[in-house]
Write a protein that binds this ligand. Structure first.
Ligand code: B1M
Length: 209
């Protein structure tokens, strides 16, 4: 069995292939989301802090992010095996806002929502508000999920919410991302704040059933 040290350290060091195997082994004994919360998020927080302090540089941050992506591919496969049923509970549009290329968190949220049978329209990252509004109209979306990870892009999130509400005051917006908190979410006029993927599912259930 793998110890917590292993996957955590592999992400920090950016060793991809081994991280994949470690994840497969961990899945024998742990639930997919527990691996995300106990290993992946803490490891990314750790490299993020070291990067901020200047103890570690961008190439290493990228290596760690790539390692997480390959570990998450394994987790995603497992989650898909456990999917609940084929009937869609409704559509949700997801995007990381303009100027922001962080998408690991959004992708985790996406997989979990899909697992609960929501149909996800994923616009990806660095998405301008105009594109988000256009796709919401085109796909008749009731619930939009926006992600932002940087203090500088929260402004774009606010502007996106403003544009969505202007287009349709009934459009419901949930927001998430490490830079946010419930107070901040309220300030930028989001309807809901999701602290993690489980929260996002609870909100979706509340809105779409
Ligand atoms: Co960057 N980065 N990064 N980065 N990065 C942060 C965010 C930073 C805090 C690091 C730091 O300095 N401590 C910092 C921002 C500082 C600030 O704004 N104050 C930072 C910076 C500065 C940058 C660059 C500018 C660096 C540079 O180029 N000089 C650059 C940004 C470029 C840009 O966006 N324009 C950059 C680039 C990168 C990488 C490409 C190397 C990589 C991203 C790879 C990718 O996403 N594809 C990266 C990473 C990995 C991080 C950290 C280390 C980890 C982020 C992450 O994935 N966390 C991050 C530090 C940190 O957060 N600790 C950092 C794990 C993820 C699961 O959490 O996204 O919060 P999170 O998602 C959670 C919840 O928040 C919630 O559910 C998820 C699952 O629990 N959630 C939602 C998220 N979105 C949701 C949406 C919802 C609902 C819930 O509704 C839809």
């Amino acid at each position: 069995a793998q110890s917590q040290e292993d996957l955590f350290n592999m992400i920090i060091k950016g060793i991809r292939d081994e991280a994949k195997i470690a994840t497969e082994n961990l899945l024998q004994e742990k639930a997919p989301l527990d691996i995300v919360n106990q290993y992946i998020v803490p490891a990314l927080d750790f490299v993020g802090e070291r990067y901020e302090k200047g103890d570690l540089f961008l190439p290493q941050l990228i290596q760690s992010a790539e390692t997480v992506k390959s570990a998450f591919e394994v987790i995603k496969k497992k989650l898909k095996e456990n999917a609940h049923s084929d009937i869609s509970n409704g559509k949700i549009l997801l995007a990381t806002v303009k100027g922001d290329i962080h998408d690991i968190g959004k992708n985790i949220v996406k997989v979990l929502l899909e697992n609960y049978n929501y149909e996800i329209i994923d616009l990806g990252r660095d998405v301008p508000k105009e594109k988000i509004v256009e796709e919401v109209v085109k796909n008749k979306i009731k619930l939009v999920g926006l992600s932002a990870l940087m203090t500088t892009t929260v402004k774009n999130m606010e502007e996106t919410i403003e544009a969505l509400k202007k287009m349709d005051p009934e459009c419901i917006v949930m927001v998430g991302g490490a830079v946010l908190n419930p107070e901040y979410a309220e300030m930028i006029k989001a309807d809901y704040y999701a602290k993690d993927a489980k929260d996002a599912v609870a909100i979706a259930k509340n809105i779409l059933g």
